[in-house]
Design a protein around this ligand. Structure first.
Ligand SMILES: [Fe+2]
Length: 304
């Protein structure tokens, strides 16, 4: 791949790694640790990465062991490449395990140097919040997870923090917002039930601001759209790839993995290169749920 242009921040955008502490297979079919290792090996030749992002569903089981496994692999990659590392929780993550290993998610700073964190206790009801500066860009992570639920919501307190961050000290080259649930339409009935419930509040918060791009995950497939005129990029999943052409109220996924390489220029222009890392040796279907099963999952993930 070509090196990034001068002044450009290159981001390796990973999402939905779904690692398990005991290496149990995801949906009974995918070794997500091996999938993550394959993706990282594929992008090892990508030059000039300044920031690695994991936009949620970092873990499948919320265990400290699963976060440590992600940190070892993705943190190791970022450290070797001299890149910062930022992660945000998704609906599968548990805030206690996340914080225990990844603190506020801003793990490595510019150049891949570890960031210092105070060991302040936050109960799991409090969303994870973090911001840091990488190559003149303000990197803001917004926790859209709702404990015990699969859908996403940005709390009023998180919206206040986002607005305050965007109104704060000037970031020379703008802001990158990282969150799990995309503020974009969902491809299937299941994802629609589990989507971000207040995208309008996010639109209001970033409208007219210096946000250059919103990086998200959750849909396990690459999408590009916009919110309040700001590009929104959804990374393909590391764990599997949603069948976006399937029957709307059923749910299936293929054994596939990928990532985005996102270049953000000093003038705010954005250029994204999707990287696919398929497994030709695997059974192509990761899982398939009929409509009845999807309804049961929706009821369990959204409450009465
Ligand atoms: Fe996920």
């Amino acid at each position: 791949m070509q090196p990034p242009a001068a002044g450009t921040l290159r981001v390796l955008h990973l999402s939905d790694t779904h690692l398990t502490g005991d290496r149990a297979l995801h949906q009974g079919s995918v070794d997500t640790t091996a999938a993550l290792e394959r993706v990282l090996a594929r992008v090892d030749t990508v030059p000039g990465t300044g920031l690695v992002v994991v936009s949620g569903d970092v873990s499948e089981d919320g265990s400290a062991e699963s976060y440590a496994a992600v940190l070892e692999r993705v943190g190791g990659w970022a450290g070797r490449h001299g890149a910062a590392l930022v992660a945000v929780p998704g609906n599968h993550d548990l805030r206690e395990g996340f914080r225990q290993v990844l603190a506020n998610g801003h793990v490595l700073g510019e150049g891949g140097r570890p960031l210092a964190h105070t060991m302040e206790y936050h109960p799991p009801t409090v969303p994870v919040w973090g911001q840091s500066l990488v190559s003149g860009r303000r990197i803001v992570t917004v926790d859209t997870s709702v404990p015990g639920a699969g859908y996403g919501e940005i709390t009023d307190a998180s919206l206040d923090r986002l607005r305050a961050a965007l109104a704060g000290d000037h970031a020379p080259h703008g802001t990158v917002v990282v969150l799990h649930h995309p503020p974009l339409p969902a491809p299937t009935a299941l994802h629609d039930a589990l989507k971000l419930r207040n995208p309008g509040d996010l639109a209001d918060a970033i409208s007219g601001s210096d946000v250059r791009v919103v990086l998200a995950g959750h849909y396990h497939h690459h999408f590009a759209g916009s919110l309040a005129g700001v590009p929104v990029l959804v990374a393909p999943g590391v764990a599997n790839d949603t069948d976006v052409t399937g029957v709307y109220d059923e749910e299936a996924a293929y054994v596939d993995a990928g990532a985005l390489v996102v270049d953000i220029a000093e003038d705010g222009s954005v250029w994204s290169t999707p990287v696919r890392v398929p497994r030709p040796d695997a059974d192509p279907l990761a899982f398939a749920f009929d409509a009845e099963t999807v309804t049961r999952i929706i009821e369990a993930s959204t409450g009465p």
